[in-house]
Design a binder for this molecule. Structure first.
Ligand code: FA5
Length: 349
């Protein structure tokens, strides 16, 4: 009897690794596990026959059986890990999505016209020796108005219909109405000489029409150095105009008013459609308005702690979206922001 059990245990020990290895799927492995270790399995059946053995033989047979059980369990666990790995790899392979296939058959996207315009403008100014700075779109009243020589209740606040953020004291935090607050940040954070441009998104309570959007873009310019004059401003804007629009387009400055510049001017360029002869787009004037500019007001210099006797400067601010419209002959600013692919794909870059 003992010999029978010992032989069977040895046979199971010899056969088990091959049977476990032969299980090609998790299902088959479960079946082999049942046959060897399950309630109706071979080892369990042997155990039942041990009752008839004397204590000495029963202990020896029990020990042999436990060893075989442990090694069979280990072999099954190792095989299960292998099979689960293989099953996972199969699932992954089946679910694999080749995105390059889709891309190959589709047209590539391109940068938005506003981004292209911003990049080109920045390139031109960097080529003229300017650095680039940025500021936050959510601003405080100090940066957007006060420091720019526009105190509370100043009538000029009406020039910018402001969107306020519900934060802190009423009307202290706002969505910046222009890129001019970045001038203050640049002058506060650094020392003159300053030659910087600052592109960015701005917000106003304007109703969208052919030339207005409530969210649009500007590019600000700021120069602060010793002995800067209005002639430097005019010369810089003329150099920019021919670099950006080509040699046949020129600029002019018209007297205007901004609280943060004195004197102030509007910056116009020859109409790029009729090159100054007069057409419908420029209202027969031959000129298109691009933005405001002027000499930095001494109060602004003082607000950032600069000596207005020692330092002088000029600043300008253009509407970037309107500039893109003019350059590409688009007659409605809203076209740029509807996301219509038929419009966007006309400006690949
Ligand atoms: C300003 O915002 C001044 N900060 C510009 C400035 C900077 C003057 C530095 C002097 C020194 P203004 O509000 O005019 O100025 O706006 C400048 C330009 O932004 C306009 O000429 C126009 O091109 C553009 N713009 C104004 N409102 C809108 C709008 N709702 N949609 C699209 N473009 C606009």
């Amino acid at each position: 009897m003992t010999d029978d059990i010992t032989r069977t245990v040895q046979r199971i020990a010899a056969e088990a690794p091959g049977r476990v290895a032969a299980a090609a799927t998790l299902e088959e492995l479960r079946a082999v596990e049942g046959e060897l270790l399950g309630k109706k399995g071979e080892l369990t059946a042997l155990k039942k026959g041990m009752g008839a053995l004397d204590p000495e033989a029963r202990r020896a047979a029990g020990q042999a059986m436990n060893e075989v059980r442990a090694s069979v369990e280990a072999a099954i666990a190792a095989r299960r890990t292998d099979l689960e790995g293989a099953a996972r790899a199969l699932t992954l392979a089946a679910e694999r999505l080749d995105l390059t296939e889709a891309v190959e058959h589709r047209q590539r996207g391109s940068l938005h016209l506003v981004t292209q315009t911003m990049d080109r403008l920045v390139d031109v100014f960097v080529g003229m020796g300017f650095t680039v700075a940025e500021g936050p779109e959510v601003e405080t009243d100090w940066y957007n108005f006060e420091a720019l020589n526009i105190p509370a209740a100043h009538p000029a606040r009406g020039m910018w219909d402001t969107l306020y953020v519900d934060l802190g004291d009423p009307e202290t935090v706002l969505l910046r109405t222009h890129t001019s607050p970045v001038q203050i940040r640049v002058m506060t954070d650094g020392e003159p000489p300053i030659y910087a441009v600052m592109p960015g998104r701005v917000y106003r309570r304007d109703t969208a029409d052919a030339s207005h959007m409530p969210v649009f873009h500007q590019i600000e310019g700021l120069v602060v150095d010793r002995g800067i004059s209005f002639a430097d401003l005019a010369g810089t804007l003329e150099a920019f105009t021919s670099a950006y629009f080509g040699g046949s387009i020129h600029s002019r400055l018209r007297p205007s008013y901004f609280p943060f510049t004195e004197p102030s001017a509007e910056y116009d360029i020859n109409c790029i459609f009729c090159e100054g002869r007069g057409c419908r787009t420029c209202g027969q004037t031959g000129w298109l308005e691009l933005g405001g500019c002027g000499m930095v007001h001494p109060n602004v210099l003082r607000n950032v702690g600069l000596d207005a006797e020692e330092w002088t400067g000029f600043a300008f601010g253009f509407g970037l979206d309107r500039l893109a419209l003019m350059r590409h002959g688009v007659d409605d600013i809203r076209e740029m922001f509807t996301g219509d692919v038929r419009f966007l794909e006309q400006f690949p870059a």
